[in-house]
Design a protein around this ligand. Structure first.
Ligand SMILES: O=C(CO)COP(=O)(O)O
Length: 136
């Protein structure tokens, strides 16, 4: 069975929280193929040694690159610790990424409490975990 592909993304004020969350779940992270926006991915790779496929930084199109994976059906879950207290210059991209998760029924966790529930779910941990994709 192939590894689940997950995306890790955090805005600047949330990066430390995402890193701590990743470090808490290392055995699960090691079983996943991880993709990430540029700065988030660089930080995670450097601090944890995990292999991370890095896209562009969010404001430069990274959110949209992850959105493309969703539209192509190759992303199994998104962990997006976005910042509710500071405006982002690329807010339309952020919204578009979250929207695509709803369009394609991709699990999306926007805080560590939800992220904990997703990665400890018996379904997520099963070897044949697959999203039920809507048909359009
Ligand atoms: O802005 C982001 C998501 O919207 C994250 O981008 P970086 O990981 O490059 O900081």
């Amino acid at each position: 069975m192939s590894k689940s592909t997950i995306a890790l993304v955090a805005h600047d004020h949330k990066k430390a929280e995402l890193l701590a969350w990743v470090q808490q779940h290392m055995p699960i992270m090691q079983r996943c193929h991880i993709v990430a926006t540029g700065t988030t991915g660089g930080m995670i790779a450097q601090e944890t040694g995990l292999q991370v496929t890095r896209f562009k930084s969010g404001p430069l199109g990274g959110d949209q690159q992850i959105g493309a994976l969703i539209a192509e059906g190759t992303l199994d879950a998104l962990f997006f610790f976005w910042d509710p207290l500071n405006p982002a210059p690329h807010d339309p991209d952020v919204k578009a990424l979250l929207r695509l998760c709803s369009v394609w029924n991709v699990p999306v966790a926007c805080n560590s409490a939800t992220a904990d529930l997703v990665v400890t779910s018996p379904r997520f941990l099963s070897v044949d975990y697959q999203i039920k994709k809507p048909e359009y």
